[in-house]
Design a protein around this ligand. Structure first.
Ligand SMILES: *Cc1c(COP(=O)(O)O)cnc(C)c1O
Ligand code: SF4
Length: 339
């Protein structure tokens, strides 16, 4: 008997927006929902004043209740350690501000430019290297897009444009469609790359309309998702990633190596395995950028190299991400090699 074709559910446009609007933004409320004693996170309210907590329900649902060491919780929970001053940890650790060419456009590396499309993110990651980025002055509001487009237009060596943020997928489909249409009209652009944490944080945002938009342009579309742990890739995430892949969109993942979150070889191996199941290839594993407030996540380079050796011994080469470090002023992210 012929099976009926699966019906792809159409998510109402308001649904992902309302998930974003109703994210948990109070550390004590988050702990209460998870049944965790607030004494496990002293001074979390103060840390949250420095960088607001934000966790949408769909992400919260993947955190194990009652476990103060859950690897997803540690990525999003405001923590007193963020307030300890740390030498060498700064507000612009990767030299982004020196690369700004027009408001919101960063041209740092040959052949590709990065557009900061919005300051909004679906989740606030405590280790984020842009946690202090001056979005107020650098955000390409609508009136600045033209300057960015003109810059790209006049630089024929630029063949790839990277939409970043914040999280570019927190923009509406309409805003994205307008921007992407303008980019698609620039003949020397070959590739559109979207860097987003949203497919693993609010998978409902990856609507059929969005997939059609990315699949229907002249440029080749690539999405670099940002998962740090296999536990972030549940059933809903699997489903949207499969849909993106089936639409012909290249899927890559980048992670940040984070102490107590994913700094074990078996954790990294499980992440690569799960990514591949979801149709995603591991791309980069970043050493932590030394951003003020994140030192407690740092994994020393020697330890990272030892970890990578174990990971490499356990997986086919295409499932081993490249360990990289970004250094201000360099012409690319630099691979970190061991013996
Ligand atoms: C990371 C980054 C890129 C892309 O680098 P790839 O090595 O191509 O992934 C481009 N521009 C900026 C400013 C970046 O930070
Ligand atoms: S989603 Fe990305 S840009 Fe936003 S807070 Fe997390 S790491 Fe930073």
């Amino acid at each position: 008997m012929k099976m009926p074709k699966p019906v792809i559910p159409v998510t109402p446009a308001s649904s992902w927006q309302s998930q974003l609007a109703h994210a948990v933004t109070d550390p004590l409320q988050l702990l209460q929902i998870l049944g965790i004693d607030p004494s496990r996170f002293p001074q979390c309210q103060l840390a949250h004043q420095g960088f607001q907590l934000k966790v949408p329900q769909s992400y919260l649902a993947k955190i194990r209740p009652g476990d103060p060491k859950d690897p997803l919780l540690l990525q999003v929970m405001a923590n007193a350690q963020e307030m300890t001053p740390a030498e060498g940890y700064t507000h612009d650790p990767v030299g982004d501000l020196d690369a700004v060419r027009t408001p919101g456009l960063l041209h740092k590396y040959a052949g590709r430019v990065l557009l900061v499309t919005t300051s909004a993110c679906a989740v606030h990651c405590r280790y984020c290297f842009r946690r202090h980025f001056p979005y107020e002055t650098q955000q390409p509001a609508r009136q600045h897009w033209q300057a960015a487009l003109d810059y790209i237009q006049s630089h024929p060596d630029v063949t790839e444009v990277i939409l970043s943020g914040g999280d570019p997928l927190s923009l509406s489909d309409q805003k994205l469609a307008e921007l992407i249409a303008e980019l698609d009209n620039i003949p020397h652009l070959k590739r559109l790359r979207i860097h987003s944490r949203i497919p693993v944080v609010v998978p409902d945002r990856v609507t059929r309309d969005l997939i059609n938009l990315l699949a229907g342009i002249r440029m080749q579309s690539c999405m670099v998702i940002h998962a740090n742990h296999a536990q972030e890739l549940g059933v809903a995430e699997y489903r949207v990633l499969q849909q993106l892949k089936q639409a012909g969109i290249m899927l890559l993942n980048q992670s940040v190596l984070l102490k107590a979150v994913n700094d074990r070889a078996d954790t990294l191996v499980a992440l690569s395995e799960r990514l591949y199941e979801c149709g995603v290839l591991p791309y980069y594993l970043h050493l932590l950028d030394p951003v003020a407030g994140a030192r407690h996540f740092d994994v020393p380079q020697t330890e990272a190299l030892a970890l990578m050796n174990t990971v490499r011994a356990s997986l086919p080469g295409y499932l081993v991400p490249q360990l990289v470090r970004e250094t201000a002023g360099e012409n690319s992210k630099k691979p970190v090699f061991g013996l």
